[in-house]
Design a protein around this ligand. Structure first.
Ligand SMILES: [Zn+2]
Length: 237
């Protein structure tokens, strides 16, 4: 546990995490709820996540350090759904940042038979498929749908598999990536893709990116993410 340490790397991560919270609110991905975390640069068996607070209010000093069991020695109240983050970091060593959102634009694709698919070139990371987590499979038919236990977090991580995004039926979505700017980009464009796809479906049958096109767009766009991140961050500074 590294709660009390203040190395420069962790200080920078706390500041970047606070910025990510503000950007995701500004971009309409988080509101009073939802959260974003980052794996610690100092100890990969821990991750950083704000205390139980609306994302728009998060400051660097609100960031707590958690083990991959979802535990912290910080006495301040943590988020109920911290197990989304802890279990994905346990299951996916490649993942270094996680966003959990209740974005209403994305909900329709988790509750209907229409899969969320990459329909625009900024969202190729959605290929080859976006799985849907059904809370009833783990929590039974009378749950509050929240991922409030390690067991349900592990079930979510299993459904996510090696994908970039998992939808959560009647609840929201979770996106993963290798950095804070990338996971913010993926969360933002998951919402954009959902809105564009829903609009296109009203017109009729749609043409989606092929898996090959999706891979090519990811290769082109990934090195460009810093440009959007800089702009989004400056808007909220
Ligand atoms: Zn949630």
């Amino acid at each position: 546990m590294s709660q009390g340490r203040t190395t420069e790397g962790v200080r920078d991560q706390r500041a970047e995490l606070a910025e990510a919270n503000h950007v995701l609110v500004d971009q309409g991905i988080l509101d009073g709820f939802g959260h974003v975390s980052v794996r610690s640069a100092e100890d990969p068996d821990t991750f950083l996540l704000a205390r139980n607070l609306a994302p728009g209010l998060v400051q660097p000093e609100d960031v707590q350090v958690f083990t991959l069991q979802g535990e912290t020695d910080d006495p301040r109240k943590p988020y109920l759904e911290r197990y989304i983050h802890s279990e994905i970091y346990r299951a996916r060593p490649d993942v270094r940042a996680v966003v959990h959102s209740h974005s209403p634009a994305v909900i329709p694709f988790g509750v209907s038979t229409v899969p969320l698919r990459p329909i625009l070139h900024m969202a190729g990371f959605l290929a080859p498929r976006v799985p849907v987590f059904e809370a009833r499979d783990t929590l039974g038919s009378g749950s509050d749908l929240l991922v409030g236990t390690a067991a349900s977090g592990a079930a979510l991580a299993e459904v996510l598999g090696d994908a970039a995004v998992v939808l959560m039926r009647g609840h929201g979505f979770t996106s993963v990536a290798t950095s804070i700017p990338e996971v913010v980009y993926r969360a933002v464009y998951t919402g954009v893709n959902a809105r564009v796809q829903a609009e296109a479906l009203r017109l009729g049958e749609c043409t989606y990116l092929s898996d090959e096109e999706a891979a090519a767009t990811v290769a082109t766009n990934t090195p460009q993410i810093g440009r959007a991140w800089q702009y989004w961050r400056d808007r909220t500074a």
